[in-house]
Design a binder for this molecule. Structure first.
Ligand code: HSE
Length: 379
């Protein structure tokens, strides 16, 4: 099959090298780039129409990221009856229903395994599990940058800023790392995973999110005393009356499998009624891991493997359905806050169980008087 790559950055470049090395099955006919690289004049173009109008191109691989012009390119490609693979979590999350419907109408596939989990074949296996199972829970570490920061702070004693700079230098972080450290990158991966698992389109803004921007060395020391490890966790659960879906720092016991996930690794877990708990661990970001996941999607198109289903309904997460205790550190302690649980060393409160929506709403209120406040779930 003939492939066109949109973008020749980290992921696009990785996919290109892998396809060239494979020698067979797939061939890159065109690459859309901002400028033509010397020596690549025959394959590179700066005009998307060269790809769109090329009848020989079967698969368009979108790796430019962001919403626009990625959205326009992907919709045009699907309408031209070209299969699309994409690593773009922002695009897939925002336009999931529309793009899946468009792919269906045009009899082509839209695959996006690399958009959540990077090199981990998470979404592929979630889809596969669903064939004969009912998914009841999804969870995991789905952001490599924040795992690298938390690992470096916990195991190496690095301050937050130094750990973030190192993650940027290693190419794990987004162009604007706010999406990593504020949890929005994981929020999108959470919404995509939940959409696949529950055959609906889960609204990104219904997934409550709190990141690790304000975690301090003092917090890390307190977690160590508690015998716990802090990880930025994606959590999705099926309840009788809907689903809960949120992203927040969580304090895990040392025995939890996620506690030993080091560096920028991801670990994703599904719970199915038949299969039970199933976890996958691997590189959640990076040129070749993500590039290889993108190429796997192309090969799955080639062999017409099972793909994601068009969503049947719009879903909003309801986080009043889930509750647990929290670690809450804020300088704005009030009598009302003291009643939430037990104050420890005058430094933080361990709350009685609160609903996830209560805690996230309270954090938004507290941030007005204490922008540096921090909380983490204790499950
Ligand atoms: N910035 C993302 C991460 C890249 O750190 O996980 C992969 O999606």
């Amino acid at each position: 099959m003939k492939v066109a790559l949109l973008g020749y950055g980290n992921v696009g470049g990785g996919a290109y090298d892998i396809i060239c090395e494979m020698k067979g099955g797939l061939a890159v006919k065109r690459i859309l780039a901002r400028s033509i690289r010397p020596g690549m004049e025959a394959v590179m173009t700066t005009d998307f129409k060269d790809i769109l109008n090329d009848q020989e191109i079967d698969i368009v691989a979108e790796t430019i990221g962001g919403l626009h012009p990625a959205y326009e390119y992907v919709t045009e490609a699907l309408k031209a009856k070209k299969h699309v693979v994409s690593a773009n979590k922002q695009l897939i999350c925002r336009y999931y229903s529309e793009l899946m419907a468009l792919a269906g109408e045009n009899g082509v596939q839209l695959r996006f395994t690399s958009s959540a989990g990077g090199g981990v074949p998470w979404l592929f296996n979630l889809i596969r599990a669903k064939r004969c199972d009912e998914i009841t829970e999804i969870s995991g570490i789905m952001n490599g940058t924040t795992n690298f920061i938390l690992y470096s702070m916990t195991e190496k004693g690095l301050p937050f800023g130094a750990a973030l700079s190192e993650a940027q230098r290693l190419g794990y972080a987004e162009a604007d790392p706010s999406a990593d450290i504020d949890g929005n990158d994981a929020q999108r991966k959470c919404a995509i995973s939940a959409s696949v698992a529950f055959e609906g389109a889960v609204a990104e803004d219904s997934v409550d999110v709190f990141g690790i921007r304000h975690i301090t060395d003092k917090d890390i020391r307190a977690f160590k005393k508690m015998g716990r490890v802090c990880k930025l966790m994606v959590k999705v659960k099926k309840h009788k009356d809907g689903i809960s879906a949120y992203v927040e720092p969580a304090l895990l016991p040392l025995s939890a499998p996620e506690s030993s996930v080091t560096m920028n690794f991801n670990m994703t877990t599904l719970v199915g009624k038949n299969i039970g708990r199933l976890s996958l661990m691997g590189q959640g970001a990076g040129k070749y891991p993500t590039g290889s996941s993108l190429v796997q999607d192309m090969l799955d198109i080639k062999c017409n493997a099972i793909g994601p289903w068009a969503p049947k309904k719009a879903i909003r997460a309801d986080n009043s359905l889930e509750r647990h205790s929290y670690y809450l550190r804020t300088s704005a302690i009030t009598a009302e806050l003291r009643q939430l649980g037990q104050m420890v060393n005058g430094e933080y409160i361990i709350t009685e169980p609160l609903t996830v929506s209560e805690m996230h709403a309270m954090a938004k209120r507290l941030q007005k008087s204490d922008p540096d406040m921090f909380f983490a779930g204790i499950e």
